[in-house]
Design a protein around this ligand. Structure first.
Ligand SMILES: [Zn+2]
Ligand SMILES: [Zn+2]
Length: 521
């Protein structure tokens, strides 16, 4: 009885775990790698296991870093059922085809470059027909109702409070020799008091826990909805006074809906003006429709708002762009709040809004979610003065700010609470879905605080659950989160700065000459 780690091991993306017992093999999540180019390279490699040998897949939630390689799995021969909550399946009907279009588009651009360089063309990881085939395999499951996807395997889904439809999963295994083990996969854990969705359930008892640790080394200020609303109102009001625009990079799923919901609340309370709010992401518009379809998944407060209004996202100041021309027209407007994806600024329309708005000190860019290392969002938050977007050099003059209250991930205190409230402590905790530092610190604290053994698995590590023994399936280096492509961008920016600052033509010439000589060596 083994668990093998094929993603989210010392990084936050590419979640994919394989469980094997007797002759049964299944996956929990099948996510895409996002962030630095080195990490994304993993998406193009063959699966280390045979996709046709996988009997079924259990999905924790709809985020692409947990589901984005399913169409690739299907393309490579997987034919079994994929279990997920009804809401997750509906969200994926929008998200997987969108992901396919991004793959196809990116490869088209890459092939244009390759052609100019005389390099052979590459194939997209998958296309819309593969996404449609993956969607055909989906089977809805209900929270708190156990089911048996294979003989000797019982799975139960619980509310994770991370995004609409998100879950953590308890799996109980019994092999043909009668040996039993249970294991909880946390998926991504939310916390309490987030807008719209319900608070997470508590973990039941299990022998093992596979625990996310995105914020394993960070405790945030206590989140309550009044503080969150006051923060966003203050940002909007001071930006409006300066005559600027508010740009909010937001994930299309959950973060965008949370913000629309809160902004409407502020407008009704007259705490912000009638400033227009534009949602500029076709995917976010589609996902908002899924939110409207499932009001039975709202928390108590959102349900109350719904009863008063009939639709928690409806307000005359809120609009959704449809065409690229609508999106471009936003460049000419001032006094506007733009919500656009993706949340880490490394793809999508948000890049073009940053190109047009980052340079202007009247504007504000508000970050509302986790920014992984190596992403444009992380560079901006870390205080870079100039960034490169689509090959263009852009000064960061706008006000840069961050609001914690929207984070979809539990912080360290909330993660500990989940462990503390377990009726019985698990025998071992695998700490995953975090950057190395966050995961290592969290694992160390678990051992100190609770005397529970904890480890941070590496990619391609496999552990025997009957007698904790680790083997390495394939040598793999720790994922490079910030790679030479990030360094290259920084080098180009600093060189450009130097060229502008150094007035002497002779010195500029000598400096460049010495660089070139070093490269030629
Ligand atoms: Zn997630
Ligand atoms: Zn995740």
């Amino acid at each position: 009885m083994n668990i093998s780690f094929f993603g989210a091991a010392k990084c936050v993306t590419g979640s994919c775990y394989k469980i094997s017992y007797d002759d049964v093999n299944f996956l929990v999540d099948c996510g895409m790698f996002q962030g630095s180019k080195s990490l994304r390279t993993n998406n193009y490699l063959d699966f280390y296991f045979d996709p046709a040998s996988i009997d079924f897949v259990l999905l924790t939630h709809a985020h692409i870093d947990h589901t984005g390689l399913l169409p690739k799995l299907v393309k490579a021969g997987f034919k079994g059922p994929v279990y997920a909550t009804e809401v997750t399946i509906d969200l994926l009907k929008a998200m997987l085809p969108d992901s396919a279009r991004i793959q196809v588009y990116d490869v088209m651009l890459k092939n244009k470059r390759n052609e100019r360089r005389g390099l052979p063309p590459v194939e997209p990881i998958y296309d819309e027909s593969d996404a449609a085939n993956a969607l055909n395999l989906m089977r809805p499951v209900k929270l708190h109702v156990s089911f048996e996807p294979a003989k000797g395997c019982k799975a139960t889904y619980y509310e994770a409070g991370h995004v609409l439809g998100s879950s953590f999963i308890k799996i109980e295994l019994k092999n043909s020799s009668g040996e039993e083990r249970s294991i909880i996969f946390s998926g991504d854990m939310g916390g309490e008091n987030r807008p719209i969705i319900e608070d997470p359930d508590k973990f039941p008892t299990a022998d093992f826990l596979v625990m996310e640790s995105t914020y394993g080394n960070r405790t945030r200020e206590e989140v309550d909805s009044d503080k969150r609303l006051a923060d966003i109102a203050a940002i909007v009001n001071r930006t409006e006074e300066r005559g600027g625009k508010v740009i909010i990079p937001a994930f299309a799923l959950e973060r965008t809906q949370d913000l629309i919901y809160d902004l409407i609340k502020l407008k009704k309370r007259k705490q912000i003006s009638s400033i227009p709010v534009i949602v500029d992401s076709p995917l976010a518009s589609e996902i908002t429709r899924v939110f409207i379809k499932y009001p039975n998944h709202y928390d108590e407060e959102a349900t109350e708002v719904l009863e008063g209004t009939g639709n928690i996202f409806d307000h005359s100041d809120i609009s959704f762009t449809s065409s690229v021309d609508d999106s471009k027209a936003l460049n000419e407007r001032d006094r506007v709040i733009i919500l656009s994806a993706n949340g880490m600024c490394d793809a999508g329309r948000i890049k073009h809004h940053l190109i047009h708005n980052l340079w202007n000190p009247n504007n504000t860019v508000v970050f509302v979610g986790f920014q992984a290392e190596g992403t444009l969002g992380r560079l901006i938050i870390d205080g870079e003065e100039t960034v490169r977007i689509n090959g263009k050099e852009i000064k960061v003059n706008a006000e840069i700010t961050q609001i914690d209250g929207y984070s979809g991930h539990a912080d360290q205190t909330e993660l500990f609470e989940q462990i503390e409230t377990m009726p019985e402590k698990p025998g071992h905790i695998f700490v995953t879905h975090g950057e190395s530092e966050a995961s290592e610190e969290f694992a160390k604290l678990i051992e100190e605080k609770y005397q529970i053994s904890a480890s941070v698995p590496s990619m391609f590590e496999s552990v025997n659950l009957l007698d904790i023994q680790t083997s390495v399936l394939k040598e793999h280096e720790t994922p490079v989160l910030s790679d030479s492509h990030n360094l290259y961008a920084r080098f180009m920016l600093e060189l450009a700065d130097y060229m502008r600052a150094e007035e002497s033509e002779e010195k500029r010439y000598k400096k460049l000459e010495s660089f070139l000589k070093k490269l030629e060596k």
